[in-house]
Design a binder for this molecule. Sequence first.
Ligand SMILES: O=C(O)CCC(=O)C(=O)O
Ligand SMILES: [Fe+2]
Length: 296
Amino acid sequence: MSQSVTPELRRWIIEQASAGCTPESVLKAMLDAGWNAGVAEAALERTLLEHLSTVSPGALAQAAPEVREAVQGVVGQGSAVPVIDTSASPRRIDAGDRWVDIITHMNHPRVVVLGNLLSAEECEAIIESAKPRLARSLTVQTATGGEELNPDRTSSGMFFARGQTPEVTAVEQRIARLVGWPMENGEGLQVLHYRPGAEYKPHYDYFDPNEAGTPTILKRGGQRVATLVMYLNEPARGGGTTFPDVGLEVAPVRGHAVFFSYDRPHPSTRTLHGGAPVLEGEKWVATKWLREREFS
Ligand SMILES: O=C(O)CCC(=O)C(=O)O
Ligand SMILES: [Fe+2]
């Protein structure tokens, strides 16, 4: 039999553990099924530790130090991320040229919903300058490091260069101040346009470390560590930004934005998110992805 650890095997291990089977009995079942002992033990340990960090970070925080260390060994150490400091005032933040409202925030995943980040005029100007350059959205392909048409993503889109228009520059400076992260670490602003029925299925914005093309992508500024999705208009129905792991949906309101950060490229960050289908009207967003280092 093949001795590779497939997603199906991981799912099965989690199912057994969730049903109350002890790790010893799961291991025995795997050995009885013909698994090599070393492969089975490693798969079991890795799967259960990853699962623990994803579903139960609270339990993990209270676990013995050696358990926490083992989990860290599997899911990696966290890196520094952009931060919106909500401790001084839970209501609004000085972003330099504008006071930005804090609508709501949570810690795991770290999500901050912002109001009044962009003026109506800035939203309009960004939509108008993006319109002539829209094309069906591509997604960075981690398998090769190139770009591909993605059936999960039925919007059209375009990228601005950093500082390409006066409005883009103003927004980029505001974001850098708001999240305390150098403007140079930001990718160019991406504008997306969704028509009725268009959506962006749940995904992670970080690059999957297990994919062959990821090292090439990381040469330009390292991993993505935070995302800011800015709403440039209001669809009549649908089109929220969803976070399925925590049952959160952020309403698309013009000038508002949702910020989220992820300190490691791992599902334990709970930053799975998507653009829900637009049911009526259209949806325009601008996305700013922030990298670990200067993006060039
Ligand atoms: O349109 C949205 O609400 C989400 C967009 C998004 O996830 C992205 O641009 O990466
Ligand atoms: Fe995304």
